[in-house]
Write a protein that binds this ligand. Sequence first.
Ligand code: NAI
Length: 331
Amino acid sequence: EKEPVRVLVTGAAGQIGYAIVPMIARGVMLGPDQPVILHLLDIEPAAEALNGVKMELIDAAFPLLKGVIATTDPIEACMGVNIAVMVGGFPRKEGMERKDVMSKNVSIYKAQASALEKHAAEDCKVLVIANPANTNALILKEFAPSIPEKNITCLTRLDHNRALGQISESLDVQVSDVKNVIIWGNHSSTQYPDVNHATVQTSSGEKPVRELVSDDKWLNAEFITTVQQRGAAVIKARKLSSALSAASAACDHIRDWVLGTPEGTWVSMGVYSDGSYGIQPGLVYSFPVTCEKGKWSIVQGLKIDDFSRAKMDATAKELVEEKSLAYSCLN
Ligand code: NAI
């Protein structure tokens, strides 16, 4: 039997936490033959609820689950973890300024960066989900200099999956037959969902989405805003933000990163920019990536038209602004 992998989930008493821990314990994230030990972190006010989650995990008797550590101590939580899923954060509340929310999250991510750097296993892979996800990941990277920058990512896979879902609904095809959409940039409403390289598997072979969707106006306008605004639409309907889809996307992100993307398929991940596609280095930006043997690489050489260029730059500009806001909170 394989050695168990230690998976940290912060904010584990919250909504996404409640949805993701059973997925991890069932092997959805790391595979059906990979035992896991869950490390659950939350803050003092949520300690009792966190313990309730631990009780339920025990009660579920998951065969792959070899242990549960539930704690409010970041050091205990980070000890020896191989995968860190960072869901905990400070949510924006009514009447709060953007700067106040940023300031809270910058201090949380700065502290957790140090705990991970000192106590996580070597080569720990980090996925930041809590918003502002790209900038929280950037802060984590800055304050954990000994963790390789390639190991720190943020979640835009939910946006990617939403784009696949919209195309599947619109064309009335199976979502599993759609691939290679791209989310560029920030996990925010400035993100750019790009279908220019996406394809659908049909009975007469693989066809570009651009060829199958005759309505260019839909692809260039409504499709984009629907994906950008999907999170808000779910909040309006559920009175709570996306949780099961976020948890599922997080499992997809880690699974593909660790086990590899299928041949000919790429996915979207928020990663530290190396300057690809003219995106300035020093931002955590969502790119199309393929993964192999536990490493991601940005898909190179895709043709970018003027329409895409403008949208890719607009979302980069927002990330530059977020970065400077985050830095102003540090001083
Ligand atoms: P939630 O409010 O239900 O849960 C958050 C949990 O984090 C709470 O239990 C809270 O006590 C905990 N927490 C707060 N500060 C903490 C700290 N310093 N250390 C550890 N835990 C801490 O929120 P929900 O719905 O689970 O969402 C979590 C985050 O994920 C939010 O920031 C949300 O905006 C973001 N999100 C990101 C998505 C993405 O695609 N990147 C999609 C959906 C949500």
